[in-house]
Design a protein around this ligand. Structure first.
Ligand code: ATP
Ligand code: MG
Length: 152
């Protein structure tokens, strides 16, 4: 990793500008964190955010509704990407970060993929000593949250 000081909200905006140009409406931003300077590998973090947003789009029916949110917690920042898409049945949730794993109910509209994106995301999150978790309700939607501890 090439870890440097980054401003999280600028990185999010940079990713979303590209996504908006391609997909148009349906993206909401709730950038509520107020201390958003973090130490991160810029290129990899951009790619992590892009992977989560692209999944949110891929696994939603149009018109999609995706929210990218930041907020401060007692010991850091939470960055989350939420969708109201197809969701993931509970029994598959512990496998989605595995290399090449794709949820069998996930292919309702023939979305292509290798099952590599979330494995990459998890590796980058771990390499930064951050954590990621997912909350999902089948048929309702999913939220992927990255916890970035504050460095003092
Ligand atoms: P790739 O990212 O390599 O192009 P992919 O999107 O299939 O392919 P991952 O991003 O690793 O692979 O995701 C793994 C699986 O987890 C997906 O195939 C899909 O079944 C499920 N998944 C991931 N994100 C979501 C989401 N936001 N909503 C519903 N299912 C999801
Ligand atoms: Mg993916």
């Amino acid at each position: 990793l090439d870890v440097q000081m980054q401003e999280l909200h600028s990185l999010i905006n940079e990713v979303l500008e590209g996504v908006k140009a391609e997909h148009g409406e349906g993206l909401k931003l709730k950038l509520n964190a107020d201390r958003t300077t973090i130490f991160a590998d810029r290129v990899h973090l951009l790619s992590v955010i892009r992977n989560l947003v692209e999944n949110a789009i891929k696994y939603s029916k149009k018109p999609f509704e995706i929210t990218v949110e930041t907020k401060n917690t007692q010991n850091g920042i939470i960055l989350s990407v939420s969708d109201k898409g197809i969701g993931i049945p509970k029994e598959y949730l512990n496998k989605i970060f595995n290399k090449f794993y794709r949820v069998p109910t996930g292919n309702v509209h023939n979305v292509k993929g290798f099952g590599l994106g979330l494995n990459y995301v998890q590796q980058i999150v771990k390499a930064h000593k951050w954590t990621i978790n997912v909350i999902s309700e089948y048929g309702e939607g999913s939220t992927f949250s990255i916890h970035i501890p504050q460095e003092n």
